[in-house]
Design a protein around this ligand. Structure first.
Ligand SMILES: O=C(CO)[C@H](O)[C@H](O)COP(=O)(O)O
Length: 229
């Protein structure tokens, strides 16, 4: 059983819909505007019908941004393949989808041995029962609130019972939501118990990233204290 710290709100903007030709500038701007970490969407064109970037780009970004916490959200069909290269690239949290993985405990162990934290992500159709037995192996459970693959989709409020179940049964677990999360949907996420907030277009497209990030944080922090009592 993992020892867990008091729950904190962490806002991790997704860079997926940013100007990827300016990845460093876009990432640094998010951090300067109050992001707690960066959520880097890695897609291989197989697990999801889209392609982004891999460890060479992450490594270049790490060379420019030395200290920020990097999560890679591995939307790939063989997450085990990229553990070592991503660790070498300076990734802190390696979040992979459980759906294509046969030996989840082995993959979690390899991620930890490589020096990274473990995140387990669930597609909308994947139920809590599929991850339940692995929760103690993970630092973060990431509930997808859109079908993975693209930014700018509509938030799926019907995913909130998964978040509620996790928060109820694991009061100090880091529970993330990802997809369509922004000022209009954050209350549902916060009330369900999410504390790791991945928000892409709502932050990236805003003229005032700082106030959007601060607003998301305020809503989550107003719910979070109930979990730390
Ligand atoms: O994982 C993702 C898509 O697969 C993205 O992180 C997610 O969609 C965030 O973007 P937005 O807030 O625009 O929905």
């Amino acid at each position: 059983m993992m020892t867990r710290q008091p729950l904190r709100c962490k806002i991790g903007p997704s860079i997926l819909n940013s100007d990827l030709s300016q990845l460093y500038v876009e990432s640094q701007r998010l951090l300067d505007n109050g992001a707690d970490y960066l959520h880097l969407d890695v897609m291989d064109g197989h697990f999801v019908p889209n392609l982004t970037f891999g460890h060479p780009i992450v490594k270049c970004l790490r060379n420019k941004i030395k200290t920020a916490f990097f999560e890679t959200h591995m939307m790939v069909s063989n997450p085990e393949q990229w553990i070592e290269p991503m660790a070498d690239a300076g990734v802190n949290l390696y979040t992979f989808h459980i759906e294509p993985v046969k030996e989840i405990p082995k993959t979690c162990r390899k991620i930890r041995e490589a020096g990274m934290k473990v995140g387990l992500a669930l597609k909308p159709a994947t139920g809590i029962e599929d991850v339940r037995q692995f929760i103690d192996l993970a630092d973060v459970i990431l509930i997808m609130t859109v079908e993975p693959g693209f930014g700018g989709q509509k938030f799926m409020k019907d995913m909130m019972p998964k978040v509620q179940w996790l928060r109820h049964n694991y009061p100090l677990l880091d529970v993330g939501v990802d997809g369509g999360v922004g000022p209009n949907t954050i209350t549902a996420c916060a009330e369900a118990g999410a504390n790791m907030i991945v928000s892409g277009t709502a932050v990236i497209n805003s003229r005032d990233q700082r106030s959007v990030i601060a607003g998301l944080r305020e809503v989550v922090e107003s719910s979070i204290h109930k979990c730390n009592v």
